[in-house]
Design a protein around this ligand. Structure first.
Ligand code: DGL
Length: 266
């Protein structure tokens, strides 16, 4: 079983991608809705929340963990890998790998890459370090966009007001003319249209890139074919908003269950 977690709803887009690529896998998705957002919390708090969730997922039978949350990936991955023996995938390394793949419109080794993320993700320097380790020639600009998560949560994606706020937030990047933009947050793919309006020529890379890495691992292990995997969603708070989003992204196949945060430590 693959255990996937995020601070809330956004990671469901990663779960959907993994389900599409590995339909036979059983998936247990954990959304820490009661304690979101993670993006403006300290690394210590996000690491502690992540640790509790990974322990819960392993206790429920997860043999592989996917940290679908960029903030948790940025601040907690190395600690979690030291503490738990199951394979743990983060969303940062796969996105960086895709961003560095040359495309026809993007062949320069000194390309300009922009990273958008929460305050915690950008502050951790995780994307910047991973990109710098891969090539010294790349020019990286990272921009925290803390307004983007509430914008999506409050339904402003796809509205003129939302587009205006996205444009205003991205203004510091305009003169840098990035060729590739990493959407380093679960919510930002939902603002793709608005981001593309500001940077029509840039390639946008998001967290779903991790699905290919998980698929590779499954193939090595010998993927079971022929059966459709189960998907279960566990949340620390079940809001109508989450329910609507989950149905939209995953459909009605998923069983959704709420557990109290206190249950994580039992
Ligand atoms: N899931 C978080 C991330 O990808 C965004 C939402 C939050 O701040 O909790 O960074």
């Amino acid at each position: 079983m693959i255990g996937i977690f995020d601070s809330g709803i956004g990671g469901l887009t990663v779960a959907r991608e993994i389900r599409k690529k590995i339909p036979s896998a059983d998936i247990l998705y954990f959304g820490d809705v009661a304690r979101m957002p993670y993006g403006n919390k300290s690394p210590e708090t996000v690491t502690e929340y992540s640790r509790e969730i990974v322990r819960y997922l392993i206790g429920r039978g997860a043999e592989t963990i996917v940290i679908a949350c960029n903030t948790a990936s940025a601040v907690a991955t190395s600690k979690l890998r030291r503490e738990f023996s199951v394979p743990i995938f983060d969303v940062i390394a796969p996105a960086v790998k895709v961003a560095l793949q040359p495309t026809t419109c993007n062949l320069q080794p000194d390309q300009k890459i922009a990273v958008l993320g929460t305050r915690a993700t950008v502050g951790s320097g995780a994307y910047q370090k991973a990109l710098a380790a891969a090539s010294k020639k790349i020019k990286v600009t990272a921009l925290a966009c803390p307004i983007f998560v509430p914008l999506v949560e409050e339904g402003y994606a796809g509205t003129a007001e939302g587009a205006e706020i996205v444009k205003h937030t991205l203004r510091p990047l305009v003169s840098r003319k990035p060729e590739t933009i990493i959407l380093g947050c679960t919510h930002y793919p939902l603002l793709k249209k608005e981001i593309r309006a500001v940077f029509p020529k840039a390639r946008l890379v998001d967290s779903s890139a991790v699905a290919d890495e998980v698929l590779k691992k499954y193939r090595e292990k010998g993927e079971r074919r022929g059966k459709t995997g189960r998907i279960e969603i566990v949340v620390t708070d079940l809001t109508p908003h989450f329910l609507r989003f989950a149905r939209k992204i995953i459909g009605s196949a998923a069983k959704i269950k709420k557990i109290g945060v206190e249950r994580l430590n039992k």
